[in-house]
Write a protein that binds this ligand. Structure first.
Ligand SMILES: C[S@@+](CC[C@H](N)C(=O)[O-])C[C@H]1O[C@@H](n2cnc3c(N)ncnc32)[C@H](O)[C@@H]1O
Length: 337
């Protein structure tokens, strides 16, 4: 069932109690005592319970801290919170597309909702909706924010042509290649004509100075990423996720016109003489280490715990001994035709 987003906000604005996370089907708030049903624990970490999802990362406090720290760094790397034309569209004077309604931003796989919460603060007139399959966003969001718990593998629970901007950052681990085309079709369905899809994805790969073969320059790190990609590929994830997404959006009959595509360089390790870049590089390396621990369930299963531990150890050695390793963050924005 597709809720009417505008009525969702009408109901929300009339309420005296703080907004709650809801499920889109019932539109009823999830009560605190219902929350445990959304999670399961394994090996000391908390995971989602969606049986049709192969999303491999946990969703516990530790993972939420990682996501929030990653958000801060990505914002620093982009030097803005807003991919592509998001800022321009939301800053544009007057109402969107000649209508009197407030603009609507939908954040797919919103996680802790940190990006959406900041967007809602920056643009208080905009209606912001965050969707995730686990209720880890705040239960008491700003007045112009709603968080919904919904598994996007069943589609997007919004009406056709009802959303101005769809933002999706770091979502690809939730969608193996065979599931992505359906998601893209849903994004096209839900966006208004002229609406914007904005995506940001981290490419799990290392780049070296002057394109030297990573297996020569930083063999441990090269192995680290190669193992990750191989295991993900065995679970039907594309080897270069951001490129796969780009290809899907740019097919001949695509419902989208790509308006921007950027590759941002992220330093991996504290090698830079610039103190700010050095700080980002050290933090990013720590985040990749945390990511390695977060994704360890599928890595341990595929290659064994000891092997993955050894690979992580090698990665940490490279971080302190190899200079100028970088990763890439891919952003793209596309207009719905
Ligand atoms: C790596 S996190 C990124 C969170 C957020 N976009 C950010 O950049 O901080 C990926 C998120 O996607 C969510 N997710 C994965 N598969 C999903 C699905 N099928 N439906 C809804 N959410 C999903 C996960 O629960 C997780 O919160």
């Amino acid at each position: 069932m597709c809720p009417d987003i505008n009525s969702l906000f009408d109901a929300h604005n009339q309420r005296e109690e703080p907004a709650r996370i809801s499920t889109p089907d019932s539109m009823e708030s999830i009560e605190s005592e219902e929350l445990p049903a959304f999670f399961t624990e394994r090996n000391g970490r908390r995971y989602h319970v969606q049986s049709n999802s192969t999303y491999p990362l946990p969703c516990d406090d530790r993972e939420q801290q990682r996501l929030n720290a990653q958000h801060i760094l990505l914002k620093q790397i982009l030097q803005t919170n807003y991919i592509g034309q998001i800022g321009q569209i939301l800053n544009a004077p007057g109402q969107s597309h000649g209508s009197a309604r407030p603009k609507i931003v939908l954040d797919l796989c919103t996680g802790t909702g940190i990006w959406l919460t900041e967007t809602a603060t920056d643009f208080p007139r905009v209606h912001c909706i965050g969707v995730d399959m686990v209720p880890i966003a705040t239960r008491y969001p700003e007045n112009n924010v709603r968080f919904e718990v919904h598994n996007l593998l069943s589609g997007i629970s919004c009406r056709d042509a009802s959303v101005d901007i769809i933002h999706a950052r770091d979502i690809l681990l939730g969608f193996p290649s065979p599931r992505l085309p359906a998601l893209i079709r849903e994004i096209a369905r839900v966006l208004i004509p002229g609406g914007l899809f904005a995506s940001g994805e981290i490419h799990l790969s290392v780049h070296t100075p002057n394109g030297i073969d990573p297996f020569t320059y930083c063999p441990n790190t090269a192995r680290f990423f190669q193992s990750l990609r191989q295991v993900l590929e065995s679970l039907s994830h594309p080897s270069i996720g951001p490129a796969y997404l780009f290809n899907l959006l740019s097919t001949r009959n695509s419902a989208f016109e790509i308006t921007q595509r950027n590759f941002y360089t992220i330093p991996l390790g504290g090698f830079s003489s610039d103190p700010q870049i050095r700080e980002v590089g050290m933090r990013w390396a720590n985040l990749m280490h945390d990511f390695a621990l977060s994704i360890r369930e599928i890595m341990d299963r595929a290659i064994g715990r000891e092997s993955w531990d050894n690979i992580i150890r090698g990665f940490n050695e490279d971080i302190t001994s190899r200079r100028e390793m970088v990763m890439h963050y891919h952003t793209l924005s596309a207009i719905k035709r």
